[in-house]
Design a protein around this ligand. Structure first.
Ligand code: FES
Ligand code: FES
Length: 158
């Protein structure tokens, strides 16, 4: 049995090969299907989750044995009611088109704002460049991240 801390809850998973990628545990064993599968080769960012609330990781290539005691956050755990500043900004800017890549984009953006609370365009482009969107929503993603960063800064100033 392997125990993982996911979205604030300890989850025990039985009969699991420790080399199983986290993505399959999330989707197939725990029913957390917000994290999507696309390339399966850590190349597109669609499966991005957070480790310890700040480090982005590609769940499709991350064996559960490598997680240890670190907390995993998926899109389902980013906020209680979809009210994280990034999620609000995503709605306000109508970012998604087909939507498939968007959970990964939001989780990658959350890691960016942890590392750089007020990213420049150059920071943002460099950080987000590993997350692909076949619908080309990049300009709206950029606008939404800037809006969320401003929101977070305003919250902190209160
Ligand atoms: S599905 Fe994991 S990076 Fe593409
Ligand atoms: S919104 Fe369709 S792939 Fe990004």
């Amino acid at each position: 049995m392997i125990s993982l801390r996911i979205n604030g809850t300890e989850r025990a998973v039985e009969d699991l090969d420790p080399e199983t990628p986290l993505l399959w545990v999330l989707r197939d064993r725990l029913g957390l299907t917000g994290t999507k599968y696309a390339c399966g080769m850590a190349q597109c960012g669609t499966c991005t989750v957070l480790l310890d609330g700040k480090e982005s990781a590609r769940a499709c290539m991350l064996p559960v044995s490598a997680i240890g005691k670190r907390e995993v956050t998926t899109i389902e755990g980013l906020s209680a009611d979809g009210d994280h500043p990034l999620q609000r900004a995503w709605r306000e800017h109508a970012v998604p088109q087909c939507g498939f890549c968007q959970a990964g984009q939001i989780m990658q953006a959350a890691a960016l704002l942890s590392a750089k609370p007020r990213p420049s365009d150059a920071d943002l482009d460099a950080w987000m460049s590993a997350n692909l969107c076949r619908c080309g929503t990049y300009p709206r993603i950029r606008a939404a991240i800037h809006a969320a960063a401003a929101d977070l800064a305003a919250e902190e100033a209160r």
